[in-house]
Design a protein around this ligand. Structure first.
Ligand SMILES: [Zn+2]
Length: 452
């Protein structure tokens, strides 16, 4: 059976290499030497990312009461970011090396040490604040008045549209607005693969509630969000933990804040934040826009600015989490005592890029045709793959490497009695079932899926 040692430890290098080899994630603009902090999602990666996104969307908007969706634009009025505080406060302290012009985060290097790039001593400028928002211009004039920013978070789009949503849909407080979308931050230190990139995706929900009730909703959302990862995404419980923001981490307006951390290959890092944000953002937008951001309670006729509990997750970080948690190099001992290493991604079937692979034992004697027809018939229900090249054992391993939970093998008996072999990825167990039971068997196994 399987056992693991240091050599088979999950490392970022192994994940990066598998992602490239199997079409999950590529460096952006690779043929031109690559662009730092930007990544492309390949055929498998885009499916994994979309599955995680769809699972979150369903969870938030379909399985909870009173949560509606929104898709705000990336380009917004520059005033939005003055109101939110991003123009003046969203900065990192930076130093430049006067010799080689490299730029570093002042809090991440020793200013008395030589430059890590060119080795020059005493070459750093004094630290100054560098805004993380990408600037661009809108319209024909490239002057200060036309300056806008690529949004550094999706949440502000929700606040700005708060009144529009209230007046156009029948939502009543307490209710939430959910949004998935791209955000941009000009990170100088991009590292750890897709963990911190300049262009990334967020899945955010702002839950608006009556002032004084936020302390009931805060623990509710913390529990909901944690259980989502263990129950729906299938992440191992021991790879997740809570981190409460201390006084030095807490934003000045925030009442309380917790992060869900995941044990990434580089250690414990933030995956999602659940924050009790008071009425700060809506109050700021009221101040800067001059428009009332209040809510009129239809029952009590009370008027107030709602309090907000935010759940803010990184979709791209979710992808890295799913890959890191799923990755295993399993050492198998054959009957002859020889060791063999199987690289396998233990994705929950809810997020696996391919659900079912149909494999004819051999290409000849009508087996490939039968298997191809069978694969077509399953496409309406499942994302499928069809593979005829190489020995059956090697084809199983290829599917293991992209995390396909179920393989169906068509052999000579299939032609006689319409039965196939169903192989389970995690246990590698096989069972013989009639073709007519493939769909129901897979659905049942998915519903009952537990990673061993
Ligand atoms: Zn230098």
């Amino acid at each position: 059976m399987a056992e693991n040692n240091e050599k088979n430890k999950v490392t970022m290098d192994k994940i990066v290499s598998l992602c490239r080899r199997r079409g999950f994630i590529f460096q952006s603009s690779e043929i031109y030497g690559g662009l730092n902090g930007a990544y492309d999602y390949g055929p498998m990666g885009v499916r994994l990312k979309n599955n995680l996104r769809d699972l979150w969307w369903k969870e938030m908007t379909q399985l909870h009461d009173n949560i509606v969706g929104l898709d705000a634009s990336i380009l917004m009025h520059a005033k939005v970011w003055e109101a939110s505080g991003h123009v003046s406060n969203f900065t990192d302290p930076m130093v430049d090396c006067k010799q080689c012009k490299s730029r570093f985060r002042a809090d991440q290097i020793d200013l008395n040490a030589p430059c890590p790039v060119c080795g020059t001593r005493g070459s750093f400028t004094t630290p100054r604040n560098f805004n993380l928002m990408f600037q661009t211009h809108i319209g024909a004039n490239a002057d200060a008045a036309s300056t806008i920013y690529l949004r550094p978070e999706t949440a502000q789009g929700i606040y700005v549209d708060f009144k529009n949503v209230v007046s156009s849909s029948r939502v009543k407080i307490p209710f939430g607005i959910a949004q998935v979308g791209k955000s941009f931050r000009n990170e100088i230190t991009t590292k750890n693969f897709i963990f911190r990139s300049c262009e990334f995706e967020q899945m955010e929900m702002q839950f608006f509630c009556k002032p004084g009730t936020e302390d009931e909703w805060f623990p509710y959302w913390r529990e909901q969000r944690f259980n989502f990862y263990t129950d729906k995404v299938g992440i191992r419980k021991e790879a997740l933990r809570w981190h409460q923001h201390g006084p030095d981490e807490l934003a000045f307006y925030a009442k309380d804040a917790y992060d869900i951390q995941f044990y990434f290959p580089m250690g414990w890092q933030e995956l999602e934040g659940i924050h009790s944000r008071t009425d700060y953002d809506l109050t700021q937008h009221q101040k800067f826009s001059g428009k009332e951001m209040t809510y009129l309670d239809p029952e009590t006729n009370q008027k107030y600015i709602p309090y907000v509990v935010e759940t803010s997750a990184g979709l791209t970080r979710n992808v890295l989490m799913a890959l890191s948690d799923a990755y295993e190099e399993e050492v198998l001992k054959g009957e002859d005592g020889k060791e063999d290493v199987r690289t396998v991604l233990h994705f929950h079937p809810n997020v696996a890029p391919v659900m079912v692979a149909v494999l004819p034992l051999v290409k000849k004697d009508g087996l490939a045709e039968y298997a191809s027809d069978l694969e077509h018939s399953l496409r309406e229900e499942f994302v499928t793959d069809f593979d005829t090249s190489g020995a059956i054992g090697r084809r199983y391993r290829r599917q293991d490497e992209i995390g396909t939970p179920y393989c169906i093998t068509v052999d000579y008996d299939t032609l006689k009695d319409n039965t196939v072999t169903l192989r389970f990825r995690d246990s590698m167990e096989q069972m013989r079932i009639p073709v007519s039971e493939i769909e129901s068997t897979i659905k049942k196994a998915t519903k009952e899926y537990k990673r061993v």
